[in-house]
Design a protein around this ligand. Structure first.
Ligand code: CA
Length: 289
């Protein structure tokens, strides 16, 4: 898969050599073992096909061919950190304490909204009224308490590799998160080797007027990176986040790291839907290196 801009911004031609080495290796394996050599080769091929299709879909959707990305914009919860199971469980526990059933899976559909907006949506649906400001404050404080009690959040498997590939390719890495929680933002520098310095490469809850699914957070992210939408990739795991990136005009990768049914992120506007950050690292390796 070549970005149409490869001509405009040529990179050292490393890929043909890699492909040749791979082809030589595959040929050797085939000689030794006439049965199908390994499952990874068809899988790689199908990922390349998916990427080609997604570039075509982006071009059809925006009327502009994507160029080789100068920036990659990352959502935080559920992309860089495996924090969503804790968020889902703490929202579910919180509402069960006041007699409301909010299935954990539903939390992923609200992901990207502010806490106040989530409480309001559930109150309107279940209690047919708006929450008071005091209720919002009290419930969100309790939710934060439940979340903090669940232990240390781990870096998502494959996230460091994905970030490192972007850096090796010379792409600017930017965080675009609706979160304002210090617990994870404070860890970014040590967990990701200063790939997201504050404030030059971060958009958080405090930087935007309209949160996801509005395009504002991703538009502000590309402004920080100094690139254009068609020269940028957005990576998000939630339908509202994917919608935000897609509406901002970025080539959008939806990574379904949670329990959403397959196809949900494509339906929300993702050009490419992947199943894990490990697969995302593989895809960015193909796109950028
Ligand atoms: Ca997220």
């Amino acid at each position: 898969t070549a970005w149409p801009a490869m001509k405009r911004n040529p990179l050292p031609q490393r890929r043909p050599k890699v492909q040749k080495r791979k082809a030589d290796k595959a040929a050797k394996i085939t000689q030794k073992n006439p049965t199908p050599p390994c499952a990874a080769i068809p899988k790689m091929k199908s990922l390349k096909n998916k990427i080609s299709e997604s570039i075509a879909s982006y071009t059809a959707r925006t009327g502009t061919a994507p160029q080789r990305p100068g920036a990659v914009l990352f959502d935080m919860d559920g992309v860089l950190y495996n924090s969503m199971p804790f968020h889902a469980r703490s929202w579910n526990l919180l509402f069960s304490e006041i007699g409301i059933d909010m299935p954990e899976q539903e939390v992923y559909l609200h992901e990207g909204r502010t806490g106040a907006s989530t409480v309001t949506a559930i109150f309107e649906r279940e209690l047919h009224r708006q929450p008071t400001e005091d209720e919002i404050l009290r419930l969100y404080r309790r939710k934060t308490e439940l979340f903090a009690g669940m232990g240390a959040v781990k870096v998502m498997t494959g996230a460091r590799e994905t970030v490192n590939i972007c850096r090796r390719a010379g792409a600017t890495t930017v965080i675009v998160t609706g979160s304002g929680q210090g617990t994870l933002l404070d860890r970014l520098d040590s967990d990701f080797d200063c790939a997201f310095p504050a404030p030059s490469q971060r958009i958080t809850a405090y930087d935007v007027t309209h949160g996801k699914p509005d395009p504002e957070p991703y538009l502000k992210g590309i402004a920080k990176a100094g690139t254009s939408p068609w020269q940028s990739v957005g990576i998000d795991n939630a339908p509202l986040g994917v919608e935000s990136s897609s509406r901002a005009g970025l080539f959008t990768i939806g990574v379904n790291t949670g329990p959403l049914p397959s196809g949900t992120l494509k339906a929300a506007g993702a050009d490419l839907e992947l199943d894990s950050m490990e697969e995302c690292a593989e895809a960015l390796g193909i796109l950028l290196l």
